[in-house]
Write a protein that binds this ligand. Sequence first.
Ligand SMILES: C[S@@+](CC[C@H](N)C(=O)[O-])C[C@H]1O[C@@H](n2cnc3c(N)ncnc32)[C@H](O)[C@@H]1O
Length: 368
Amino acid sequence: MKFVLSTIAWVESMAKKEIEKQGGVIEETIDRLVTFSGWIELIPRINLWSRVWNKMYILLAEKENVVTFDELFDLVSTISWKNYFKKEFPIVVKSNSTRSELFAERTLQSLTKKAIVKSLVWDNNIVNEDSSLEKMEILVLLIDNKARILLNTSWNALHMRGYREKAWEAPIKESLAAALVFLSGWKFREPFYDVFCGSWTIAIEALMIAKNIAPWIKRKFAFEKLWLVSNEITENERVQAKKKEFAGEYTIRASDIDPEMIELAKENARIAWLGWEINFEVRDFREYMDKPISWTLVSNPPYGERLKDENLKSMYNSIDKIFRLNPDLNGWIISSFMEFDNLIKKDTYKKRKLYNGGEMCYFWKKNI
Ligand SMILES: C[S@@+](CC[C@H](N)C(=O)[O-])C[C@H]1O[C@@H](n2cnc3c(N)ncnc32)[C@H](O)[C@@H]1O
């Protein structure tokens, strides 16, 4: 079978490695999409182990040079829909068109739905239109006139792990936090620190990576409503995933100046059933100015409207100072405060472009 994973921008190579680790064979990578092939077991496995990607789709059909609505209708009609859906299952059709001649979203969606309903009606099925029911998502993707018809196996995007019921106003996405931990090259036996933890997304992702916990072990997925994957296969994948957890102890510290944040972090920790393994403290990061530190530090300092520009500059100057004073520190910050580049000496940092939601950020790594 062929599958497509959507990822956040700039982490496609990380997603590829993870897919290969789970047994998938990479076929193609384009902007935020990785196509791969493999057996049916990959549907539960990839969903359970998703750290840096958003949704996993089954590639139902694809065709180059689809430039008329009739061609699209014919492509959708080639799919044996009855092999996927149980009777009367509600569906929703979404579409996305880039550099293609067919781009009218509503027409793309209504035409695709018409083709699906037609196929199902021929088999005496009807599509349930009850708006209160959770729907199975079909995505029509057109890129450079190549059409792909995709079936979402995940349901909600997999970056929302569910442990973060309460969050700071600008929490980082869980999938991005996991990507940061991978990029930092943190060695799990060494201490890990987030000194601006907010709702502690980075710390919990670090702990889940260190303990090799499948992030979605407790969640239900869209594919469980399809004909395709038996309960036995899915249960087996859950059992295997559970067996892969490590029991080791790890030193992870998360601190924030705001006591409310720390209370909220503890509440999230309770939801995730993991929090007792993280050391939470109310602490101003400046307290580390005169303490030698040699651990991996990955943080998301404040930026934007909340602080005045001069306060931000002073804060980022202090971060730079802590990084410079500690040669053994593996230090990283992610921020959209672009002025950081003007505050630091040339060549003392390396940076990588990333996106937090729609916002462009840099992930600066201390290089001194
Ligand atoms: C961008 S938020 C971090 C969001 C976090 N990554 C998350 O996913 O929720 C920045 C955090 O820095 C904290 N902060 C601001 N000034 C601080 C200081 N001097 N020392 C420590 N934390 C501070 C704020 O309270 C806020 O929670």
